[in-house]
Design a protein around this ligand. Structure first.
Ligand SMILES: O=C(O)c1ccccc1NCC(=O)[C@H](O)[C@H](O)COP(=O)(O)O
Length: 262
Protein backbone atom coordinates (compact mmCIF):
# COMPACT_ATOMS: atom_id res chain seq x y z
CA UNK A 1 0.00 0.00 0.00
CA UNK A 2 1.49 3.30 -1.02
CA UNK A 3 -0.97 5.69 0.63
CA UNK A 4 -4.35 5.89 2.36
CA UNK A 5 -6.43 6.60 -0.76
CA UNK A 6 -4.89 3.60 -2.55
CA UNK A 7 -5.57 1.41 0.50
CA UNK A 8 -9.19 2.59 0.77
CA UNK A 9 -9.80 1.94 -2.95
CA UNK A 10 -8.27 -1.55 -2.77
CA UNK A 11 -10.52 -2.40 0.17
CA UNK A 12 -13.49 -0.94 -1.75
CA UNK A 13 -12.79 -3.05 -4.85
CA UNK A 14 -12.89 -6.22 -2.70
CA UNK A 15 -16.11 -5.08 -1.03
CA UNK A 16 -17.75 -4.33 -4.39
CA UNK A 17 -16.82 -7.76 -5.80
CA UNK A 18 -18.57 -9.38 -2.83
CA UNK A 19 -21.65 -7.20 -3.23
CA UNK A 20 -21.85 -7.78 -6.99
CA UNK A 21 -22.18 -11.50 -6.32
CA UNK A 22 -25.36 -10.78 -4.36
CA UNK A 23 -27.12 -8.16 -6.53
CA UNK A 24 -26.86 -7.53 -10.28
CA UNK A 25 -27.21 -4.08 -11.85
CA UNK A 26 -30.66 -5.01 -13.20
CA UNK A 27 -31.78 -6.10 -9.71
CA UNK A 28 -30.57 -2.78 -8.29
CA UNK A 29 -32.23 -0.79 -11.08
CA UNK A 30 -35.49 -2.64 -10.48
CA UNK A 31 -35.21 -1.71 -6.81
CA UNK A 32 -34.46 1.93 -7.67
CA UNK A 33 -37.87 2.23 -9.32
CA UNK A 34 -39.34 2.26 -5.81
CA UNK A 35 -37.22 5.28 -4.84
CA UNK A 36 -38.37 8.86 -5.36
CA UNK A 37 -36.89 10.45 -8.52
CA UNK A 38 -33.49 12.16 -8.16
CA UNK A 39 -33.94 15.50 -6.42
CA UNK A 40 -31.60 17.60 -8.55
CA UNK A 41 -28.42 17.99 -6.51
CA UNK A 42 -26.52 20.35 -8.81
CA UNK A 43 -29.62 22.43 -9.60
CA UNK A 44 -30.26 22.99 -5.87
CA UNK A 45 -26.66 24.17 -5.41
CA UNK A 46 -26.77 26.48 -8.45
CA UNK A 47 -30.04 28.04 -7.23
CA UNK A 48 -28.61 28.78 -3.75
CA UNK A 49 -25.20 29.91 -5.02
CA UNK A 50 -26.86 32.40 -7.39
CA UNK A 51 -27.67 34.73 -4.52
CA UNK A 52 -25.84 33.42 -1.45
CA UNK A 53 -23.44 30.74 -0.27
CA UNK A 54 -24.57 27.18 -0.98
CA UNK A 55 -23.70 24.51 1.57
CA UNK A 56 -23.38 20.74 1.16
CA UNK A 57 -23.56 19.68 4.81
CA UNK A 58 -21.90 16.36 5.53
CA UNK A 59 -23.16 13.63 7.84
CA UNK A 60 -19.88 12.16 9.03
CA UNK A 61 -19.46 9.91 12.03
CA UNK A 62 -15.71 9.25 11.82
CA UNK A 63 -12.78 9.60 9.46
CA UNK A 64 -9.36 8.03 8.90
CA UNK A 65 -7.66 11.33 9.74
CA UNK A 66 -9.66 12.19 12.91
CA UNK A 67 -11.13 8.93 14.22
CA UNK A 68 -14.54 9.20 15.89
CA UNK A 69 -16.01 12.68 15.32
CA UNK A 70 -19.61 12.33 16.54
CA UNK A 71 -20.21 9.76 19.32
CA UNK A 72 -24.00 10.49 19.54
CA UNK A 73 -24.50 9.90 15.82
CA UNK A 74 -28.13 10.30 14.66
CA UNK A 75 -28.30 10.75 10.85
CA UNK A 76 -31.97 11.75 10.62
CA UNK A 77 -31.61 14.34 13.42
CA UNK A 78 -28.45 15.80 11.87
CA UNK A 79 -30.16 15.95 8.46
CA UNK A 80 -33.09 17.90 9.89
CA UNK A 81 -30.75 20.26 11.77
CA UNK A 82 -28.76 20.91 8.59
CA UNK A 83 -31.96 21.60 6.62
CA UNK A 84 -33.30 24.02 9.25
CA UNK A 85 -29.89 25.72 9.40
CA UNK A 86 -29.99 26.51 5.67
CA UNK A 87 -27.99 23.76 3.92
CA UNK A 88 -28.75 23.36 0.19
CA UNK A 89 -27.83 19.65 0.02
CA UNK A 90 -26.55 16.81 2.19
CA UNK A 91 -23.54 14.53 1.87
CA UNK A 92 -23.67 11.17 3.63
CA UNK A 93 -20.60 8.97 4.07
CA UNK A 94 -21.52 5.35 3.48
CA UNK A 95 -18.08 3.71 3.63
CA UNK A 96 -17.95 1.43 6.69
CA UNK A 97 -14.32 0.33 7.14
CA UNK A 98 -12.75 3.82 7.24
CA UNK A 99 -15.66 6.20 8.07
CA UNK A 100 -18.02 4.03 10.14
CA UNK A 101 -20.64 4.85 7.51
CA UNK A 102 -23.59 2.79 6.26
CA UNK A 103 -26.17 2.85 3.43
CA UNK A 104 -28.91 3.01 6.06
CA UNK A 105 -27.58 6.41 7.18
CA UNK A 106 -28.19 7.82 3.70
CA UNK A 107 -31.69 6.37 3.56
CA UNK A 108 -32.55 7.65 7.04
CA UNK A 109 -31.19 11.13 6.32
CA UNK A 110 -32.88 11.48 2.92
CA UNK A 111 -36.20 10.26 4.29
CA UNK A 112 -36.10 12.93 7.03
CA UNK A 113 -35.69 15.97 4.73
CA UNK A 114 -36.49 17.26 1.26
CA UNK A 115 -32.87 18.12 0.38
CA UNK A 116 -30.92 16.33 -2.38
CA UNK A 117 -28.28 13.91 -1.06
CA UNK A 118 -24.91 12.82 -2.41
CA UNK A 119 -23.56 9.39 -1.59
CA UNK A 120 -20.05 10.11 -0.32
CA UNK A 121 -18.11 6.95 -1.01
CA UNK A 122 -15.21 5.69 -3.11
CA UNK A 123 -16.56 4.86 -6.56
CA UNK A 124 -14.40 2.26 -8.30
CA UNK A 125 -17.05 0.47 -10.41
CA UNK A 126 -20.19 1.58 -12.33
CA UNK A 127 -22.09 -1.09 -10.35
CA UNK A 128 -21.86 1.20 -7.31
CA UNK A 129 -23.81 3.89 -9.17
CA UNK A 130 -26.78 1.53 -9.55
CA UNK A 131 -26.46 0.69 -5.87
CA UNK A 132 -26.34 4.39 -4.95
CA UNK A 133 -29.58 5.09 -6.84
CA UNK A 134 -31.21 1.98 -5.32
CA UNK A 135 -30.66 3.44 -1.84
CA UNK A 136 -32.00 6.82 -2.98
CA UNK A 137 -28.86 8.88 -3.68
CA UNK A 138 -29.34 11.90 -5.93
CA UNK A 139 -25.65 12.31 -6.76
CA UNK A 140 -22.34 10.49 -6.53
CA UNK A 141 -18.73 11.49 -5.97
CA UNK A 142 -16.04 10.88 -8.59
CA UNK A 143 -12.54 11.17 -7.08
CA UNK A 144 -10.28 11.84 -10.07
CA UNK A 145 -7.17 10.64 -8.20
CA UNK A 146 -8.76 7.21 -7.72
CA UNK A 147 -9.69 6.44 -11.36
CA UNK A 148 -8.34 6.34 -14.88
CA UNK A 149 -10.07 8.42 -17.58
CA UNK A 150 -12.03 5.47 -19.02
CA UNK A 151 -13.47 4.32 -15.71
CA UNK A 152 -14.23 7.90 -14.69
CA UNK A 153 -16.26 8.43 -17.88
CA UNK A 154 -18.09 5.09 -17.42
CA UNK A 155 -19.06 5.99 -13.87
CA UNK A 156 -20.21 9.45 -14.96
CA UNK A 157 -22.30 7.93 -17.78
CA UNK A 158 -23.88 5.43 -15.37
CA UNK A 159 -24.90 8.31 -13.10
CA UNK A 160 -26.33 10.43 -15.91
CA UNK A 161 -28.30 7.44 -17.28
CA UNK A 162 -30.04 7.30 -13.93
CA UNK A 163 -30.68 11.06 -13.70
CA UNK A 164 -28.04 11.57 -11.02
CA UNK A 165 -25.44 14.33 -10.79
CA UNK A 166 -21.70 13.89 -10.26
CA UNK A 167 -19.45 15.90 -8.01
CA UNK A 168 -16.02 15.53 -9.64
CA UNK A 169 -13.29 15.93 -7.05
CA UNK A 170 -9.76 17.17 -7.73
CA UNK A 171 -6.76 18.14 -5.63
CA UNK A 172 -4.16 19.43 -8.10
CA UNK A 173 -3.67 20.99 -11.52
CA UNK A 174 -3.31 17.69 -13.42
CA UNK A 175 -6.54 16.36 -11.90
CA UNK A 176 -8.38 19.58 -12.85
CA UNK A 177 -7.27 19.04 -16.44
CA UNK A 178 -8.60 15.46 -16.35
CA UNK A 179 -11.87 16.58 -14.73
CA UNK A 180 -12.40 18.99 -17.63
CA UNK A 181 -12.58 15.98 -20.02
CA UNK A 182 -15.81 14.86 -18.35
CA UNK A 183 -19.15 16.51 -19.09
CA UNK A 184 -20.04 17.29 -15.46
CA UNK A 185 -19.46 20.89 -14.48
CA UNK A 186 -19.83 20.44 -10.74
CA UNK A 187 -16.20 20.31 -9.67
CA UNK A 188 -15.00 20.06 -6.09
CA UNK A 189 -11.53 21.05 -4.98
CA UNK A 190 -10.66 18.91 -2.00
CA UNK A 191 -8.43 20.98 0.27
CA UNK A 192 -7.38 17.73 1.96
CA UNK A 193 -4.71 15.65 0.31
CA UNK A 194 -6.31 12.20 0.58
CA UNK A 195 -2.89 10.54 0.50
CA UNK A 196 -1.29 12.53 3.33
CA UNK A 197 -4.33 14.21 5.03
CA UNK A 198 -2.58 17.60 4.92
CA UNK A 199 -5.39 20.17 4.59
CA UNK A 200 -4.97 23.70 3.21
CA UNK A 201 -7.86 25.86 1.97
CA UNK A 202 -5.35 27.68 -0.23
CA UNK A 203 -5.71 24.67 -2.57
CA UNK A 204 -9.11 26.00 -3.70
CA UNK A 205 -7.60 29.45 -4.29
CA UNK A 206 -4.81 27.93 -6.39
CA UNK A 207 -7.05 25.74 -8.57
CA UNK A 208 -10.14 27.97 -8.95
CA UNK A 209 -8.80 29.88 -11.99
CA UNK A 210 -8.19 26.56 -13.79
CA UNK A 211 -11.80 25.32 -13.62
CA UNK A 212 -13.44 24.93 -17.05
CA UNK A 213 -16.04 27.44 -18.20
CA UNK A 214 -19.48 26.93 -16.67
CA UNK A 215 -18.15 25.14 -13.58
CA UNK A 216 -19.89 25.42 -10.24
CA UNK A 217 -16.85 25.18 -8.00
CA UNK A 218 -17.18 23.45 -4.62
CA UNK A 219 -14.57 24.07 -1.92
CA UNK A 220 -14.29 20.89 0.17
CA UNK A 221 -12.71 20.04 3.54
CA UNK A 222 -11.02 22.02 6.28
CA UNK A 223 -13.65 24.76 6.38
CA UNK A 224 -14.34 25.92 9.93
CA UNK A 225 -15.96 29.36 9.96
CA UNK A 226 -17.86 32.02 8.05
CA UNK A 227 -14.54 33.84 7.53
CA UNK A 228 -13.36 30.84 5.45
CA UNK A 229 -16.43 31.20 3.20
CA UNK A 230 -15.75 34.91 2.78
CA UNK A 231 -12.09 34.27 2.01
CA UNK A 232 -12.87 31.56 -0.56
CA UNK A 233 -15.59 33.64 -2.20
CA UNK A 234 -12.79 36.00 -3.29
CA UNK A 235 -11.56 33.34 -5.72
CA UNK A 236 -15.09 32.61 -6.96
CA UNK A 237 -16.11 29.69 -4.70
CA UNK A 238 -19.66 30.13 -3.43
CA UNK A 239 -20.40 26.46 -2.74
CA UNK A 240 -18.86 24.55 0.17
CA UNK A 241 -18.75 20.99 1.47
CA UNK A 242 -18.34 20.92 5.24
CA UNK A 243 -18.35 17.97 7.63
CA UNK A 244 -16.21 17.80 10.73
CA UNK A 245 -16.49 21.40 11.98
CA UNK A 246 -20.32 21.14 11.98
CA UNK A 247 -20.55 17.56 13.23
CA UNK A 248 -18.51 18.46 16.32
CA UNK A 249 -21.08 21.07 17.47
CA UNK A 250 -23.74 20.23 20.05
CA UNK A 251 -26.23 22.53 18.25
CA UNK A 252 -25.79 21.57 14.60
CA UNK A 253 -28.62 23.81 13.37
CA UNK A 254 -27.20 26.96 15.01
CA UNK A 255 -23.67 26.11 13.83
CA UNK A 256 -24.91 25.67 10.25
CA UNK A 257 -26.69 29.04 10.36
CA UNK A 258 -23.63 30.75 11.86
CA UNK A 259 -21.36 29.24 9.20
CA UNK A 260 -23.60 30.54 6.42
CA UNK A 261 -24.62 33.90 7.89
CA UNK A 262 -21.67 34.88 10.08
O1 LIG B 1 -11.84 13.08 6.09
C1 LIG B 1 -10.88 12.32 5.95
O2 LIG B 1 -10.04 12.06 6.85
C2 LIG B 1 -10.66 11.60 4.64
C3 LIG B 1 -9.61 10.71 4.51
C4 LIG B 1 -9.40 10.02 3.33
C5 LIG B 1 -10.26 10.19 2.27
C6 LIG B 1 -11.35 11.07 2.38
C7 LIG B 1 -11.54 11.77 3.54
N1 LIG B 1 -12.63 12.62 3.70
C8 LIG B 1 -13.64 12.80 2.73
C9 LIG B 1 -13.90 14.22 2.52
O3 LIG B 1 -13.62 14.69 1.44
C10 LIG B 1 -14.46 15.06 3.64
O4 LIG B 1 -15.25 14.25 4.46
C11 LIG B 1 -15.30 16.27 3.22
O5 LIG B 1 -14.70 17.04 2.23
C12 LIG B 1 -15.57 17.15 4.47
O6 LIG B 1 -14.34 17.54 5.05
P1 LIG B 1 -14.27 18.17 6.52
O7 LIG B 1 -15.18 19.37 6.53
O8 LIG B 1 -12.86 18.54 6.72
O9 LIG B 1 -14.77 17.11 7.45
Amino acid sequence: MSDKLTEICETKRDEVEERKAVASISTLDAHAVHQSAPRGFEAALRRKAADHFALIAEIKKASPSKGLIRPDFRPAEHAKAYERGGAACLSVLTDAPYFQGHEDYLMEAREAVSLPVIRKDFMVDPWQVAEARAIGADAILIIVAALDDTLMAEIEAAAHERGMDCLVEVHNEAEMERAARLTSRLIGVNNRNLKTFVTDIGTTERLAPLAPEGTLLVAESGINAHADLQRLSQCGARTFLVGESLMRQSDVEAATRALLEG
